[in-house]
Structure formats: structure tokens, C-alpha cells
Design a protein around this ligand. Structure first.
Ligand SMILES: *Cc1c(COP(=O)(O)O)cnc(C)c1O
Length: 228
């Protein structure tokens, strides 16, 4: 077994140990930023199908090298307006939508030949000011707008816990995102995705109802290159 396959197996074992209802399905998104196309291929060969990328040009290069593999590509980075067209044209999911302008650009540029782009609205649940995302009280309005735009399919919410917080703090922040998600459902929006939890906090996220975990280091090992 490759080291990546071994790490993936260990992650699935850890996920299975977190108590949850049989109806609670979980998807692992392998975050491959700074990793090579060969690394992605190795994870693919171990059964991994969903991959997350933060930088558009880096992602497009890997997509080109891996064309033909049935990979589901997730854009999870901070999205600038001038990159919206490439994200709309090349990705299957976009997790970081946090303003109306970006939602409108993604809608406009999504090719009619492709299924709608799956969208998560990013909510700032962290106590730290540096993270993107709408304030919790603004998630419903932006989610409604995404749901109304052609070419987009609202799937749910995405958030990140404070990187320097304690495990208890992460859990409280995830609970907050879960409450926002429940509010969307109560308002009648057809959401099914709660994208939260990274290598250091995914078990807490799962315990609070995460349906999508974004894991980089746990799958590929530490990143050598600094984030671009
Ligand atoms: C890099 C990144 C991840 C994965 O981080 P790890 O700690 O390596 O698991 C998840 N989500 C986002 C938005 C990221 O930028």
C-alpha cells in the first residue's frame, strides 16, 4: 500500500470511530494544494475521488495533467472576481462564496453545457478577524440569493475554526455553523452540505454534524511549500 493509501485508511478508521447516525453520510475532500499531480493520482488510485484546491492556476495545471480521471474538483480558496470565470468553467464545487458579487459572476460564467456549480456559502465562525466569510447573521440572505441564480446549486455552508483555538473553542465554532445550517433548512432551503473540519479538528466537526471534511495534511503529509 502507498503511504497515501495508508493515511487514507487511517482517516476512514478515525471517522468511523466518531459516533453518528447511520443516515449521516460524510465525504472527504482531499486538499491537494501545493501537492503534485502525481500525489493526486496516488490518492485517486487509493479510492479518493474528491479533491480540493486553493489556487486557480495551480489547479488548472493539475486538471490538465489528470484529464480523463473522474475526479470531482472543489475550489476551497479565497475567490477574487477576476478568477470567478475559471472557477465557474473548471470546477464542480465552490466552497468559499461570501458575497453577492462573486455568486453573480459564478452564475454568469457557468457554462450551460455543465451541470450547475455546487456552492457553499462561507460563514465566518472564527473569533479571528482574518478569515473570509459572511457574518453568521448574513448567511441566510446570501444562501437565498445563490439558490435563485441560474447555473448554481446551493448545497450548504462552509466554515473554518480559529486555527489557534482550543478543541473546545473549535467545537463551539462548529456548533455555531451547524445552527446556521439548521436555520437555512428551517427556512426551506434544500441544503445538504456542512463543509467543516480540517486535519487538526475534523473529529470535533464531525461530532457537530459535518458532512464534508477538507483534509490536506492528514492525507498528503505536511506541505513543504509555503502557501502562494
Ligand atoms: C489548506 C486548507 C484545508 C486543509 O488543511 P489541513 O490542515 O492540511 O487539513 C482545508 N480547508 C481550507 C479552506 C484550506 O485552505
Amino acid at each position: 500500500m502507498s503511504p497515501t493509501a495508508e493515511r487514507l485508511q487511517a482517516i476512514h478508521e478515525r471517522i468511523a470511530r466518531v459516533p453518528r447516525s447511520p443516515a449521516h453520510a460524510v465525504t472527504v475532500v482531499a486538499v491537494s494544494k501545493t501537492k503534485s499531480a502525481a500525489d493526486v493520482r496516488e490518492a485517486f488510485l487509493a479510492g479518493q475521488r474528491d479533491f480540493g484546491e486553493n489556487y486557480v492556476q495551480e489547479a488548472l495545471a493539475k486538471m490538465g495533467e489528470l484529464a480523463g480521471l473522474p475526479i470531482t474538483w472543489h475550489f476551497i480558496g479565497a475567490l477574487q472576481g477576476n478568477k470567478a470565470r475559471e472557477v465557474a468553467e473548471h470546477f464542480d464545487w465552490c466552497h468559499g462564496v461570501d458575497r453577492s458579487r462573486i455568486a453573480q459572476l459564478l452564475s454568469r460564467f457557468r457554462p450551460a453545457t455543465r451541470p450547475p456549480l455546487n456552492v457553499c456559502v462561507q460563514v465566518n465562525i472564527s473569533a479571528e478577524a482574518t478569515k473570509g466569510g459572511v457574518a453568521p447573521g448574513e448567511a441566510l440572505a446570501l444562501a437565498r440569493e445563490v439558490a435563485s441564480l441560474p447555473g448554481l446549486r446551493l448545497r450548504g455552508l462552509m466554515g473554518m475554526a480559529s486555527p489557534s483555538g482550543s478543541a473546545e473553542q473549535a467545537r463551539a465554532e462548529f456548533a455555531r455553523l451547524r445552527a446556521e445550517f439548521d436555520a437555512l433548512r428551517a427556512a426551506g432551503l434544500p441544503v445538504d452540505t456542512l463543509s467543516m473540519g480540517m486535519t487538526q479538528d475534523f473529529e470535533a466537526a464531525l461530532a457537530e454534524g459535518a458532512t464534508m471534511l477538507r483534509l490536506g495534511t492528514a492525507i498528503f503529509g505536511t506541505r513543504e511549500k509555503a502557501a502562494a
